[in-house]
Write a protein of this length. Structure first.
Length: 396
């Protein structure tokens, strides 16, 4: 770490900001997906700070010529691990690739397993289908409020989701149900995640709350986060990062209820975090807009984030590194409401980052983790190639 040009590294995952279909996207039903490119084709985007960082050199944006002189380094990364789940993407970013995908249940969970879950929680359930989270609470929310039975659903991802009205099943009880589901479906069947999906409101006006909680499977091996904390390097997680790594490798964490709160937390960290690693996730892009096929909402959130980015970059210290990336796509312009198998951007900046450097197409998300590992003198990770040398000028 003594010879590293950086003392602090900040990685912001703009959740679901894909930049074009991967070569194997058709195998996932995602051919033609391009989250950012397709949004820009539908609606002009005012994102000058992302443009300055080189996003338009990574993906074609309708009506926006590629920036001639980016202020940082730019490229895109492919996912090696099978699947397109948030856990899969984040783990690979931190140097842990999967050899086989987490199991999914496109027909719902087996009846026998669900009956056992009902026995354990002492209630019947509703749903047990693949569904959009917002649609299923509209459809089954009234019956749920009458009966008190939780709503169970899944998606194209490896998830067991439990939706419940906070006035019908209080949040602590919902969390207890999730812990029971975790033991049965994650511990017993290898599922990727159990997710608590509390909501409030009345029929026709239900809305999900910020009390969501993810219960992810434990990482199968050491990630960058584990190596950093074992070496005494502070790791601060912001947003759902802690949940996705089951709390492992995290020194301190900040829970957030919105992307605005996430951006606030990153800004505070730039102001006062010690030397170390800050890892943030902005989930609204995915949860609020991608999964709801809300193209306009996604575009507006991008513009809000771009404004915050304009405030954040000038705050970086001389030895700071900021990297923006994503964990998968979620193209709101396609019929699907699920994640999409896409390349993700990698945009790096800071006073010591060489301007205008193309990082090219990286073979794995793990290249990012390997780069952070080299900065802090840990590892190397089991996969990925560092691009630290490309980021910095000779002798700096």
């Amino acid at each position: 770490m003594a010879t590293s040009p950086f003392r602090r590294a900040f990685v912001i995952v703009v959740d679901s900001l894909g930049v074009g279909a991967l070569p194997d996207a058709a195998a996932y039903g995602d051919e033609g997906s391009n989250t950012l490119g397709n949004i820009a084709a539908r609606r002009p985007l005012r994102i000058p700070h992302l443009h300055a960082l080189g996003i338009s050199r990574v993906v074609a944006l309708s009506g926006v010529p590629p920036v001639e002189a980016p202020i940082g380094a730019f490229g895109r990364m492919a996912e090696v691990s099978p699947g397109k789940d948030s856990v899969t993407g984040h783990w690979e970013l931190m140097g842990l690739q999967l050899e086989k995908p987490f199991p999914t249940f496109p027909e719902g969970f087996p009846d026998e397993a669900l009956r056992e879950f009902e026995r354990r929680i002492g209630r019947r359930t509703l749903g047990n289908v693949v569904a959009s989270g917002t649609r299923i609470i509209e459809e089954l929310g009234p019956e749920h409020t009458r009966t008190g039975w939780p709503i169970i659903y899944t998606s194209a991802d490896s998830v067991f989701q439990i939706a419940a009205h906070e006035d019908v099943i209080p949040v602590p009880e919902l969390y207890r149900m999730c812990e029971i589901a975790y033991e049965q479906f994650v511990g017993g069947m290898g599922l990727g995640r159990v997710i608590a999906r509390p909501f409030v409101g009345t029929p026709g006006a239900f809305r999900r709350t910020a009390n969501r909680h993810d219960y992810a499977i434990l990482p199968a091996g050491d990630t960058l986060l584990d190596l950093l904390t074992k070496a005494g390097v502070p790791v601060l997680s912001i947003g759902k990062i802690k949940d996705l790594f089951a709390g492992r490798g995290i020194s301190a964490s900040v829970r957030t209820a919105s992307d605005a709160e996430g951006a606030d937390a990153v800004e505070r960290a730039v102001g006062d975090a010690p030397a170390g690693f800050v890892f943030a996730n902005l989930v609204d892009f995915d949860a609020m807009y991608g999964h709801r096929n809300d193209t306009e909402g996604y575009a507006a959130n991008l513009e809000r984030f771009d404004e915050r980015l304009g405030r954040l970059v000038p705050l970086l210290r001389e030895d700071d590194l900021l990297i923006l990336t994503a964990d998968h796509g979620n193209d709101p312009t396609t019929p699907s409401t699920d994640h999409s198998r896409e390349y993700v951007p990698v945009l790096a900046c800071g006073p010591r980052v060489r301007a205008g450097v193309s990082l090219g197409d990286r073979e794995t998300f793990a290249d990012l983790g390997q780069t952070i590992a080299e900065i802090f003198g840990v590892g190397p990770l089991s996969c990925g190639r560092s691009f630290l040398g490309a980021l910095t000028a000779a002798g700096r």
